[in-house]
Ligand binder design. Structure first.
Ligand SMILES: C[S@@+](CC[C@H](N)C(=O)[O-])C[C@H]1O[C@@H](n2cnc3c(N)ncnc32)[C@H](O)[C@@H]1O
Length: 215
């Protein structure tokens, strides 16, 4: 697809997002992921990592409905979304993780799915952006391992590159079903890809080398 066609496709998702009242074009990525893989259902408890400005939270809230819970976390503040919980902080810090764990225990819910659309600040140097993206994804995965109920699911955006296969194998250690997926709404030259993991297996033996250094 040419640059011009890509820009046009992105514009059409942007217009559609505006028309439908979503805060971000990325809302359609989550809709497409969910249509294909069913990671979120009515009544689910969802944690959304890197949620600003809130497009995924809007979609997640629509799907889970009144009986579900959505907790979003981001470095940046967001405008409140009715019926959801927002925590401002850095997901790579122990302090933020503790705040989120507290919010989960206050909600009295077991988490059914963790979704992460976290992106590093783009430097333009692809290999650096890739390494930073992998680092965020490792934190997201370790967090998911802490909070998911058995059988739960995990979705994360990754910038592809040399460390991707290692990350993919790391995800496979804890989930029975793991796929890579590029939703139409995201296909672009940026080579971002989503890892979709279902059927969480708690207690799998994870080698120390596959965990973040802080762990
Ligand atoms: C592409 S945006 C997410 C868009 C969002 N899914 C939506 O639909 O509105 C990526 C977000 O990841 C956040 N982010 C990056 N690193 C983070 C970190 N360490 N902790 C929390 N959020 C982070 C950024 O602040 C940014 O808002």
């Amino acid at each position: 697809m040419s640059e011009w066609q890509l820009a046009k496709r992105h514009d059409s998702f942007y217009r559609l997002a505006k028309q439908e009242g979503y805060r971000a074009r990325s809302s359609f990525k989550l809709k497409q992921i969910n249509e294909k893989f069913g990671v979120i259902h009515k009544g689910f408890a969802v944690v959304d990592l890197g949620c600003a400005p809130g497009g995924w939270m809007q979609v997640a809230k629509e799907i889970v409905g009144e009986t579900g819970t959505v907790i979003g976390i981001d470095l940046k503040q967001i405008k409140p979304i009715e019926g959801t919980v927002f925590i401002q902080g850095d997901m790579t810090s122990d302090e933020t993780v503790k705040k989120v764990l507290d919010a989960i225990s206050t909600s009295g819910r077991k988490i059914d799915t963790v979704i992460s659309d976290m992106s590093p600040n783009i430097s333009g140097a692809y290999s650096m952006d890739h390494v930073r993206s992998i680092d965020l994804c490792e934190h997201a995965l370790n967090f998911a391992r802490k909070v998911l109920r058995p059988g739960g699911s995990f979705t994360a955006k990754v910038f592809e590159g040399e460390h991707f296969p290692e990350y993919f194998n790391n995800v496979k250690m804890s989930f029975d079903f793991v796929k890579r997926y590029a939703p139409d709404a995201s296909r672009s030259s940026s080579s971002e890809i989503y890892v979709i993991a279902k059927r969480f297996r708690p207690g799998a033996k994870i080698p120390k080398s596959a965990l973040c250094e802080k762990e």
